[in-house]
Write a protein that binds this ligand. Structure first.
Ligand SMILES: O=P(O)(O)OC[C@H]1O[C@](O)(CO)[C@@H](O)[C@@H]1O
Length: 441
């Protein structure tokens, strides 16, 4: 197997094949909108052609800076929130060992929440390490990473002096605007640019994701190659044979029949953050104008022992998309102990991956029988190449799905509401009236 397979064979009776045919004209219209870049939010379509357009020189520069950081430090702190860190974290967790020797830097994350205890512990942990920092913010003004960077910058300057810190801090931000850009210029930090026409949740294949991913020792050239081939494939294939368009169309069909929650289910704990990245991608892109599928994620078989009951038998508003890997890598065999106290004698000598696979098959059938349509996306193996392919697949499917739904998949006006309230409650100058009103409440 050397391709991503999208399998809708377990979508159940809710999906009738003629419905896909019936959506063909709409899919073609969406395809035209993407091609001609004239749909809502089309000023943020830079990611669509990005893999093919990314210059080898930029890729090499990212690699060079990653190697420079690897030479200076063993720990990289990635400061960012949402689309500015989730893609990197997803790739790093998927492609580096959970235990054992790392090929690249040990990566930790900051600026993705406002918890002081976490930051205190992180700063203490970094005390005895050689540290480098990549602070990532497109706007350059997001509160969470800005506060984390204040703290970490102070620690770095205390530890290495101003010029030593400068050598170890890399900024990824807008080309021209924002507080972070101004600070980077003032301090003379190495800077990578987030293209204007690529929003945070579509930016994993830009320096936003690539620098931390490269620093973690992952082959970013292979990742971009995978994305490039995905770009060509999902551009050329006939619409109803095109996995991206089919996935988007089936989501739309199921949503219209009351399946308002999609679960991304994975069978490898290393895929947890793929789920987090995917949730932001689809949630921020489609959850607007009081519409959109609610994206949830589960890790199997872990969550079968916590959420399994709900999926099997709770409200029938769910469908499930499984992300699977055909080649399970290492074959760990279940030991033959010569005894059968645990009742597992029949499994002796069989690979753990076989048990996982049968659990997946059993789960898919049980959920389908219980009224949860199951879709499957299978990549040949867990590699940088296929991770790049998968990222691109989901981003394009998300854009198609958003346009089919009739929303702008590239804005996120709703995220401002909590920020306005938080700033007012904190007493930010200029928000006195709102502060009074909120405090009255
Ligand atoms: O890169 P920035 O500008 O710090 O934004 C981080 C995240 O915050 C949001 O803007 C939401 O506030 C997301 O869309 C984005 O991924």
């Amino acid at each position: 197997m050397d391709q991503l397979i999208f399998d809708d064979g377990m979508a159940g009776s809710l999906l009738r094949q003629h419905e896909l045919e019936d959506l063909k004209a709409q899919l073609e219209a969406v395809d035209r909108m993407l091609d001609e870049k004239d749909g809502p939010g089309s000023e943020f379509l830079g990611w669509l052609d990005w893999p093919a357009q990314l210059e080898t020189t930029e890729l090499k520069q990212i690699q060079k800076v990653a190697e420079h950081l690897q030479g200076l430090a063993d720990v990289l702190v990635v400061i960012g929130i949402g689309g500015s860190y989730l893609g990197a974290r997803a790739a790093i967790e998927m492609l580096t060992p959970t235990f054992g020797t790392l090929k690249g830097m040990e990566v930790h994350y900051a600026g993705h929440h406002l918890n002081g205890e976490y930051m205190t512990e992180l700063l203490a942990y970094l005390e005895n390490k050689q540290v480098a920092v990549n602070v990532i913010s497109k706007s350059g003004t997001t509160t969470e990473p800005a506060i984390a960077f204040r703290l970490i910058k102070e620690m770095m300057e205390r530890k290495y002096g101003k010029s030593g810190a400068k050598e170890r801090i890399v900024v990824t931000t807008d080309a021209a605007r924002g507080a972070l850009k101004n600070l980077a210029d003032k301090e003379g930090y190495e800077t990578f640019v987030i293209p204007d026409d690529i929003g945070g949740r579509y930016s994993v294949l830009t320096p936003v994701g690539l620098l931390p991913i490269a620093a973690a020792g992952i082959d970013i050239e292979a990742m971009i190659r995978g994305a490039r081939e995905a770009q060509a494939l999902y551009l050329d294939q006939p619409i109803l044979d095109n996995a991206c368009y089919r996935y988007a169309a089936i989501r739309n069909i199921l949503h219209r029949k009351g399946k308002t929650t999609e679960i991304l289910a994975t069978f490898d704990p290393a895929f947890q953050y793929l789920g987090e990245w995917w949730k932001q991608l689809f949630g921020e892109s489609e959850g607007k104008d009081h519409m959109g599928i609610f994206p949830a994620s589960l890790q199997m078989t872990t969550d079968l022992h916590s959420m399994g009951q709900y999926v099997q038998d709770g409200q029938r508003i769910l469908f499930e998309t499984m992300v699977l890997v055909a080649d399970n890598g290492q074959e760990l065999l279940i030991p033959d102990t010569g005894e059968d106290d645990d009742g597992l004698g029949y499994l002796a000598g069989k690979p753990v991956s076989l048990v996982n696979h049968k659990a997946m098959e059993g789960t898919a059938m049980a959920h389908m029988d219980g009224g949860v349509p199951v879709l499957k996306i299978t990549i040949p193996k867990k590699s940088a190449y296929w991770t790049g392919h998968l990222f691109y697949f989901f981003m394009k499917a998300c854009a198609v799905s958003g346009y089919l739904l009739g929303v702008n998949p590239f804005n996120q006006p709703g995220v401002e509401a909590y920020k306005a309230n938080m700033f007012a409650l904190l007493g930010k100058p200029g928000s006195e009236t709102l502060k009074e009103e909120l405090e009255r409440r």
